[in-house]
Design a protein around this ligand. Structure first.
Ligand SMILES: [Mg+2]
Length: 279
């Protein structure tokens, strides 16, 4: 095939940016993080067009990944997204999911025709409202201070994290934070797999009374079948890391709110298809 846009180079960069203070993510209890880390990929075509993308990292776990990517991607037509998707699927068969790389190819396509990627995907410019996501479990006073700072930045929806063994602590933290904001802030809660179905049944009515707009990932990963037949008084939001389209479709039946992380679920192409199908 004659195309000037064949992949000539695949480069990985392991980036780590020091944080001003230790960050203790609610989703990995006991592992304080001192750096913001990610893997950056740069794909360069034979005619010198560069596409960039990035995926979150714990450390340098992708250090040897280039050895795997090279044989699959070098020489392929960088503008053929179907082909790129297929290659990434084949690599996943060997154990690594690499959907985070796929947007780099959209970047290349956009640069070739000098158009923003949203236009290639059929979108139009516009504004959307974002929510602020807090990441740590903190005392109510510290939570209120943090949410107040997000409010001052213009956010009107925020997501809190709860992860205590004692459900009374979770309730107290959310109650005190919600009380400090009243109608000023819409509040969601991410449990990061911290409960079981019994705790969810106990706590959901209290969260409804606090006007909490959603409860995210209340159950440990893989335990979703316990939600069959459970009627939650607060909309439940699925884990944002569905590993494939099948898992996503299953989550869509059990949860009222769905998150998509395109670096986990099929890249930009499949994530957009799923979002359009389920909106
Ligand atoms: Mg989450």
């Amino acid at each position: 095939m004659s195309t000037p846009h064949r992949v000539a180079k695949v480069e990985l960069y392991h980036v780590s940016i020091p944080l001003p203070a230790a960050f203790r993510p609610a989703w990995i209890p006991g592992m304080p993080s001192h750096e913001n880390r990610f893997t950056l990929v740069r794909i360069t075509t034979e005619d010198g067009i560069e596409g960039y993308s990035a995926g979150p990292a714990i450390g340098r776990e992708r250090a040897g990944l280039g050895d795997l990517l090279g044989p699959y991607l070098l020489g392929e037509d960088a503008t053929d997204i179907d082909l790129v998707q297929q290659r990434l699927r084949e690599i996943a068969y060997l154990g690594w999911r690499n959907w985070w790389i796929e947007p780099a190819f959209w970047d290349i396509k956009g640069k070739i025709v000098e158009k923003p990627v949203y236009e290639l995907l059929g979108g139009e410019p516009g504004t959307i409202r974002l929510y602020a996501s807090t990441g740590e479990v903190k005392d109510p006073a510290a939570r209120i201070e943090e949410v107040e700072a997000r409010y001052a930045e213009g956010f009107r929806t925020v997501k809190l994290r709860v992860h205590d063994l004692d459900e009374k602590v979770d309730i107290r933290h959310v109650t005190e934070t919600a009380a400090a904001f009243g109608d000023r802030m819409k509040i969601g809660v991410d449990v990061n797999q911290g409960w079981n179905i019994g705790k969810l049944a106990d706590l959901a009515p209290a969260f409804r009374d606090l006007d909490i707009s959603m409860i995210e990932q209340p159950l440990p990963r893989g335990g979703d079948e316990e939600l069959e037949g459970f009627e939650s008084p607060v909309p439940l939001c699925a884990d944002e890391s569905c590993l494939n389209t099948d898992e996503f479709e299953q989550a869509a039946r059990r949860y009222q709110v769905i998150n998509i992380k395109l670096d986990k679920t099929g890249g930009l192409t499949e994530a957009l298809d799923l979002a359009l199908e389920h909106r």
